[in-house]
Design a binder for this molecule. Structure first.
Ligand code: ATP
Length: 453
């Protein structure tokens, strides 16, 4: 049943439980834009934290950066984005819809959704024209005198232009990396497929600067590392693959790129890209700015480092985790929907549930436990309605542990801990609950879902 996960099911769960809402909904919505509710924010934050931790905290060769969204417009000329960051688009003069010329196979005709653009006799497609994906705005009080600038379409350029600043104070020599998480913007025309492709999105990018002779080796290293990261946080092996780009797909600057692809409900699609960018970026900014972005050895010799870049979208990663986690099963003749998220990613780690909400004794004990746990983890107190309904709500948002305070708690100071995936219940002492939950959260985890494509 697990693999009948459709995008509709994910969209509906996200709306129902407050992970993701269509943006500007009361005004009819804005295409390819979404707002993130409470659990969506918590889930996204956990993904970003796990990524940052694996890049910065768990290593000693990568430092963090947070650069501006709006950069000097020359940055985007030097990087090639003004001239080349575009998609080929065709317009249909009949239905007035616009399509990506290289995605016509997957598009639907504006008049007959059962057909592709160009397939009906009414279709009247123009020649393909290049359409730049960068959003433009202007800095300055008046429109006429304002300086035109762009909203960044990737975070990477903010890293390259800070190479000298960071290398100077980071006390690290290549190989070393700079990691950044932040918003990027692209005027995407193709339909979004929920949060897979949106106008604004967050990226987690890391630029790893290496001596040129080591670039191939580090490129292979980062492909393997990034594959392992997704597996570590629960993505099933059968749903993740590495796809090296063919020579004709490679960007002009790249000598090697691999996509990590996930089996989304729309089919195998890019989740993350890992590229060997050579010295393209540092050389381009050196030439355009006049500032030498290079590494100087102690003996005075100098070189321009090559760059390996793993780039992952937070929102796309969140979609992959949601799809991978979504499960339905029949338990005691009732259907249960459950998000089998890695416990470290789950928005709420534990729910504290007094069996009878109206019992002062039970709710008093439960409140005390809740106050203790919230100091260290994200936890919810819930005393409303039948216990079964409360369990189901927490299954749907992926809470790994439900802690129930009942009659027996009042007698022997034990509670029930119910495990989301196995539904196993165990009694543990209330005094040891915090330690118990923290220990379990730190354990390695793999998805209990069937690992078959
Ligand atoms: P695609 O081919 O899907 O458009 P891309 O190759 O242009 O992606 P990159 O420029 O390599 O993407 O960006 C790195 C990562 O940022 C992607 O792997 C993806 O996870 C994410 N990403 C890129 N564009 C979007 C978008 N419009 N919405 C959400 N995430 C995005």
């Amino acid at each position: 049943m697990a693999d009948a996960v459709t995008m509709d099911k994910i969209v509906s769960l996200c709306k129902r439980r407050g992970f993701v809402f269509p943006s500007s909904e009361i005004y009819g919505g804005l295409g390819s834009s979404y707002d993130y509710g409470h659990y969506g924010v918590l889930l996204k934050d956990n993904i970003k934290q796990r990524w940052m931790s694996s890049m910065v905290q768990e290593r000693d060769d990568i430092v963090a950066l947070d650069s501006s969204i709006i950069l000097h417009p020359e940055v985007w000329k030097a990087s090639g984005h003004v001239g080349g960051f575009s998609d080929p688009l065709v317009d249909c003069k009949f239905c007035k819809k616009r399509y990506r010329a290289d995605h016509l196979e997957d598009a639907q005709c504006g008049q007959r959704p059962s057909k592709r653009p160009g397939e009906t006799s009414d279709c009247d497609l123009t020649e393909a024209r290049q359409f730049n994906l960068m959003f433009e705005t202007s800095v300055g009080a008046m429109e006429e005198t304002g300086v035109p600038v762009y909203l960044r379409p990737e975070t990477a350029q903010g890293i390259f232009i800070n190479f000298k600043n960071v290398a100077g104070i980071a006390r690290r020599k290549p190989p070393f990396g700079i990691a950044q998480v932040g918003k990027s913007f692209r005027n995407e025309i193709t339909p979004g497929n929920f949060i897979f492709r949106t106008l604004e999105f967050e990226q987690m990018e890391m630029e790893f600067f290496v001596p040129p002779a080591e670039a191939d080796e580090w490129y292979r290293y980062w492909v393997d590392e990034r594959y392992a990261w997704h597996r570590r946080y629960g993505i099933r092996e059968s749903h993740l693959r590495i796809r090296p780009h063919d020579d004709d797909e490679l960007s002009h600057y790249s000598s090697g790129t691999s996509d990590l692809e996930y089996l989304f409900p729309i089919g195998w699609s890019e989740l993350e890209g890992i590229a060997n960018r050579g010295d393209f970026d540092l050389s381009a900014h050196t030439a355009a700015s006049g500032t030498k972005l290079e590494w100087v050895e102690q003996d005075g010799s100098r070189y321009t480092p090559h760059v390996i870049e793993p780039a992952l979208g937070v929102n796309r990663s969140m979609l992959a985790f949601l799809v991978d986690a979504y499960d339905e099963e029949i338990v005691a003749e009732r259907e249960r929907t459950v998000l089998r998220l890695h416990p470290q990613l789950a928005p709420v780690k534990a729910a504290v549930l007094p069996l009878i909400g109206k019992s002062d004794d039970m709710s008093g004990r439960a409140r005390k436990l809740y106050e203790e746990l919230r100091q260290v983890i994200s936890v919810e107190y819930d005393d409303g309605g039948q216990i079964g309904r409360r369990y189901r709500r927490h299954d749907e948002i992926g809470t790994p542990y439900a802690l129930t305070i009942d009659d027996q708690t009042l007698e022997d100071d034990t509670i029930t801990i119910r495990e989301r995936d196995s539904l196993a219940q165990e009694r543990i002492s209330i005094a040891r609950t915090r330690e118990h939950v923290l220990d379990r959260l730190a354990e390695p985890w793999s998805s209990p879902k069937v690992d078959a494509a």
